[in-house]
Write a protein that binds this ligand. Sequence first.
Ligand code: GAP
Length: 576
Amino acid sequence: MSELTDLSELAKRRGFFFASNEAYGGTAGFYTFGPEGAALKRNVEDVWRDRFVRELGHMELEAPTVMPEAVFEASGHLDTFDDMILECGDCGATHRADHLVEDATDVDDAEAFAPERVADLVADHDVACPSCGVPLADRPVEAFNLMFGTNIGPGSSSPGYLRPETAQGIFVEFPRLKEYARNQLPFGVAQIGRAYRNEISPRRALVRVREFTQAELEHFIDPEYDDPPLERVDDVELPLYSAAAQQDDGDLEHHTVAEALEAGVVESEWVAYYLGEALAFYEAIGVDMDRFRYRQHLPGELSHYAADCWDAETEVGGNWVEVTGFAYRSDYDLRKHGKHSEEEFTVFRQYDEPKTVERATVDPDMSYLGPTFGGAAGDVVDALEALARRDRSAFDGDAVTVEVDDESYTLPVEKTGFAVEEQTESGEHITPHVVEPSFGIDRLVYSVLAHRHGTDEVDGEERSFLALPTGVAPTTVAVVPLMTKDGLDERAREVAASLRAAGFEVNYDDTGNIGRRYRRQDEVGTPYCVTVDYDTLEDDTVTVRERDSTDQTRVAVDDLADAVDRLVSGAALSEL
Ligand code: GAP
């Protein structure tokens, strides 16, 4: 069986994740996290929160998942958040055209191609419909917007969308958030929450789904004055697969953060900083670092807003999966929201010393503009003010022309009240830049399950186990009575209750023989099992068994919570 089949089978059998709504035939691209998976996912999120919110001192918010259309007009999602779709003329199945091309050729970034080029490749390579086998050569490749639309309230006058990324819920609240940050850059705002994309071809279980969880951090900085605290990560070694290496058949290179910046492999200090910060997070949740890399975006892949972009990728079942995007988004998002909304998406940058500057201003003669331009007069004034700031030479002649909504308005310069004045200013309004690490939690959970799953032989029998780090394992300790008689089960329940009271995630398991129970706990990644046996009734000690080594030792019940605490903190079983 392949790693992916193994994983899906284990995930379903043991309650990590499974396809949703199967009672009604299933819904492609939606997965339910079962009891083990929900706990594992929550623990991964907590490790993320601990590092990217608490340790780095950022804020966290929780915004709605439905947002009005205006947000996505401003962000560009309405116009450009598209994938290329190709519909089979025979069976009506829809496919992602770039994926069909990638599967049929050695192209690996067809997403960056224009639809016409993808259509040509479909024809040139005789690509057929994967569902019915009919050739797709004459079918058009069209843009398909990935957002799920809805209506806010009854009727259709207020369209809305399920957010395709959690980031927009942070950007739109910037005017308020900057106040909580006391109007001082830099500051970071994080959010963990659901995002929705109506993927054309959901695939590989949790890898491409239609509803998933993102953990995003938007770090707002002053591009001229704010530097990242590189001393925290200077020596962290990064596995880097640069755009140059990808283009020249080169290999992964290992550089420390300091070396990568020095050699120009990573251009942005901020991006390099977060590549360094994130590495310990991946290790802590159990990603196998021999199956992990940072891959730089190829020039054609770069988002229109991103200056430097790297993805963290994990290898699962022979494929590389993007688990995080690290982007320097410049001032793109805040500038767009500033332009489309009525709010200021800027912060005030105070100068060290007040500066005397020349400012071009207008003071239009409204007794002329009103009668001349009627209802457009107000917009003409705004346009004149903007033009004076942007290009004072436009006022050099006798007349000046401004554009409002594709209409030109010309008026004598003397009616504009144009003047250049000296002003003393204590600072200026700037639009912050954004550095964004954006993590896909579902893909991380999937990768961790794949990387931590193993098999070995114990007592002549094959064992399947999940070597999850204690910090993310759904259960820390399972309490198992040797028998469910002679008071062993009652005593075991008491031991379980005392461990729960001490704050541990505990599973009480008394079904099946003891060997099966160990196997079951090994397979859901429980690092420790505590067995209550007949000796417990005599001397009040229990056996503590370690998942990875299967070694065992005896501990007094009175010392048990302390012993588990030491194990969780890294002590070896032999040290108890
Ligand atoms: N705000 C930036 C942003 O959303 P992205 O690269 O589109 O960037 C970030 O998404 C992360 O979200 C990805 O690295 C991936 O881990 C996860 N992700 C994106 N689409 C997904 C999908 N359809 N299913 C599961 N995870 C997805």
